[in-house]
Design a protein around this ligand. Sequence first.
Ligand code: B12
Length: 354
Amino acid sequence: MDKHGSFVARLLDAGLRGLASEIAVRQRRILQDSGVELPSEAVPSLIGDTEARILVLGEALATGKPALFVEQLEWNRSAYAARGVSEEGLALNLLCLREVLTRELPPVAHEVVLAVLDRADRSFERPPRVVESVLDADAAYARRIRTALVAILEGRRDDALRLLLAPLDEGLSVSEIETRIVAPLQAEVGLMWQRGEIHVHEEHLGSQIIEEALVLLRSKLARSAPNGKSVLVCSVAGNLHDMGSRIVADHFEIDGWNTVRLGANVPGEDLGRAVIDFRADLVALSVTLTSQVRNTAAIIEAMRAYCGAQEPPILVGGPPFSLVPDLWQAVGADGCADSAQSAVREGRRLLGIA
Ligand code: B12
């Protein structure tokens, strides 16, 4: 982690609520001056969004990876564009962020903060990113994914499950179904939410059904002969997403590893305890949100402090690591992979297994 960046990130953390409120007030005043009234009911959510933005700025500073902040902004921009919302409000929020932070932070923080904000500003020179539907990406399975999606959105749980498990009878492996049908289906549900095409309850319904499909698929896993190694798989504290780590765990299991899956939201010290209890040879940590990167570094540190000499290599993965190259090194991990199959390959490499 970057020492000076981490220091500035802590300053931001310490003043989070106050800074976000000040930015929101400034933004409201600018709008008022131009004749636009921001209703007071909208202020709490503006403060919340601004807090989230400041936290990601802290992540970018602490890791020394401005791309983290820019990627988050790109995500906001594409969500706004997909919902037909003008990005003027977003640009104004960044302007007020810049103004308030340069006023409130000590001069020693200005250079690093402005370097990130300058990069973010430049992204407005490009049109917002269009996130492609996965339904167009893998034509072989697009029809199947689409049919399962319709069943999910119509609340036909049994039909959806049948559609997701049927390929087993056609000779597809659990690995192929998980990575080419289930994971893209889950991503499509997320994309529809991002585009404002479905509501949170529909996304939750989809997640429930997909989670159930993963449990059923796991019971059909064909395992290689045991390789004598144990891997501990989980999502880091604060991360409630666990489909990715389930799929990664299943792939280790297919490859003959003894797999201990702790699920979502696992704190560092408990992770250390689990490493010792289960004699893990490898730890695989799943991280989903941009705002979870610093926490991941802290968890890795806590786990290492707990395990001492028994510390196994740590593999990390999830969207932030796929988006920002070398981020895994910043959090102190030993390796990184962007898919379940490559997770297993990287795990083998770290343990020196052929
Ligand atoms: C399902 C879901 C949820 C569910 C999770 C349920 C569950 N049991 O997992 C719930 C409702 C809890 C949820 C909550 C939130 N979510 Co959500 N969620 C999703 C969704 C739709 C699917 C995630 C998923 O399972 N993907 C499929 C898996 C298989 O993909 P994956 O995780 O990337 O994993 C693969 C690789 O990354 C890699 N990998 C993963 N882990 C690991 C680990 C190792 C060691 C290795 C090597 C590799 C590896 O291999 C996997 C298999 O290929 C995504 C949309 C999307 N496009 O992904 C949004 C998404 C991730 N969520 C998002 C958001 C914003 C949130 C919330 C903040 C929403 C809110 N306002 O409350 C909260 C945060 C909760 C928290 N604190 O974690 C955003 C994140 C945006 C961003 N840039 O940060 C996304 C992208 C939605 C979107 N399109 O905007 N969410």
